[in-house]
Design a binder for this molecule. Structure first.
Ligand code: ACO
Length: 428
């Protein structure tokens, strides 16, 4: 017999279906709740609300599990490549050699951006945050490909948009950086793989060709994999919500980038490094800053700590911490910021405040240290996150469109004034 949930309201019992996922996650299906009872549910920040049924990513915050399409993140981070993971997320299966070659070729072929887009860069102030530039440019792509605005296009046509996005985001991002430092942009080159091409566009100069270091390529590829999807987080939910109105894919992922930018989400990686630098400049007394984070009268938070779903550990943080040690060792960098991060982590993990609230380092706690070691400027950290997350946003959007999900439109409980009559200004 299928399980049911019984809810009693105003003395009447109502039965609601229970849904069970493949990993035995349970949900009470309230789709008919309002029709049956006149009631809605209230769940600020959606802490208990499943917004969709999905087959893309599984995570269990209590035991620290993360899998893309069933494959453990640890295996993908060690053995796969970012483009292969992008394929997996978007298409649902690991590619064969032919499928992978075809996919990589298509992405390589689309890395150039329209010359007219260069003029947009010239118009941005030099101080523009690269996340603002990235989000604007992702949306701007829709003006160059107006056919993307038609709804119900066959998948084969949408696929070109997918290839363009995956390809052009690295050019757009690298150019945002070049523009911010007043250097000439570097064009993409087909001889490079995805990560090499990005690094070349970021760091080559007319005066000096950037030497690509395989240690850096590998580290960056791993970081992109670790950020590639995280089920219904703030930015993925934004992409699905915006896409549910049938806004085009370029605009939907642009909205996702904006959601990611916030310091409580992807913007935390920039904030972590800035926090560590501040603590270091303050004499390195990290214990004082842990106390500040605990003080409810102080707005300071330990950036890179805590997560909405991980209440044990963030499996990505474990992988990144190790990668961070490896990269710094291989590059021969001795960064005191890394020592500070480790000491801070140690103190926080043994402090009652953090233990009781199950606050652990999240993916962003160590990622910034790797980005810094490989020469990525702090303001670009969240852009790196967005590049990694793009396949996830695309997969979430694709799934939502294929399932013909209705437009996202939550309800509310109104607590404002009840009806009152208008009073002319002179009589107020
Ligand atoms: N430092 C100090 N205290 C914290 C921190 C922190 N980093 N994070 C949470 N807390 C405290 C809260 O003050 C709260 O305490 P209380 O119960 O005494 O009121 C308790 O822990 C629960 O925290 P909430 O904010 O209610 O948890 P929520 O799930 O809403 O927020 C979030 C999660 C936003 C990630 C939060 O932990 C945070 O702000 N962390 C710092 C920012 C950060 O690193 N963000 C990146 C997240 S990972 C990502 O998006 C990729």
């Amino acid at each position: 017999m299928s399980e049911k949930a019984t809810i009693t309201l105003e003395g009447k019992n109502f039965e609601l279906p229970v849904i069970t996922g493949t990993e035995n996650e349970k949900a009470i299906d309230i789709t008919k709740l309002r029709d049956l009872t006149g009631y809605i549910t209230l769940d600020s920040g959606y802490k208990n609300t499943g917004a969709t049924i999905s087959q893309i990513t599984y995570l269990d915050g209590e035991t620290g599990i993360l899998r893309y399409r069933g494959y453990p993140i640890e295996q993908l981070a060690e053995k796969s490549s970012f483009l292969e993971v992008a394929y997996l997320l978007i298409y649902g299966t690991l590619p064969t050699t032919d499928q992978f070659d075809d996919f990589s070729k298509k992405i390589t072929r689309h890395t150039l951006i329209h010359e007219d887009m260069k003029r947009f860069y010239e118009a941005f102030p030099k101080k523009a945050h690269p996340m603002a530039v990235l989000a604007s440019m992702l949306c701007t792509l829709s003006t160059f490909y107006p056919e993307s605005q038609q709804t119900n296009r066959p998948w084969e046509e949408v696929e070109t948009t997918v290839h363009r996005l995956l390809a052009k985001i690295s050019t757009i991002s690298a150019w945002a950086y070049k523009n911010s430092v007043g250097h000439p942009v570097v064009y993409p080159q087909n001889k490079y793989n995805y990560v090499e091409n990005f690094l070349n566009m970021m760091f080559s100069m007319p005066t000096e060709q950037y030497e690509i270091d395989p240690v850096i390529v590998q580290a960056l590829d791993k970081l992109l994999i670790l950020h590639a999807d995280h089920e219904q987080n703030c930015s993925a939910s934004t992409v699905r919500m915006v896409g549910s109105s049938h806004a085009n894919l370029y605009s939907s992922v642009s909205a996702g980038a904006i959601a990611l930018w916030g310091p409580l989400h992807g913007g935390a990686n920039q904030e972590v490094i800035e926090m560590l630098q501040k603590i270091q400049a303050d004499g390195g007394n990290y214990k004082k800053w842990v106390e500040k984070a605990k003080d409810k009268n102080d707005s300071f938070k330990l950036m890179g700590f805590g997560h909405r779903v991980y209440k044990n550990f963030d499996p990505r943080a474990k992988i990144i911490k190790k990668a961070c040690d490896d990269v710094l060792n291989k590059l021969g960098i001795n960064d005191p910021i890394l020592d500070l991060a480790k000491q801070l982590e140690e103190v926080a993990l043994n402090d009652q405040y953090f233990v009781e609230r199950k606050l652990y380092p999240n993916v962003d706690f160590y990622s910034g240290i790797i980005y810094k070691a490989i020469g990525i400027p702090t303001e670009m950290f969240t852009v790196m996150f967005a590049m990694g997350r793009l396949p996830g946003w695309i997969a979430q959007w694709k799934e939502m469109i294929a399932a013909k999900e209705p437009i996202g439109r939550p309800r509310q409980i109104y607590t404002g004034e009840t009806e009152r009559n208008y009073v002319p200004i002179a009589k107020r």
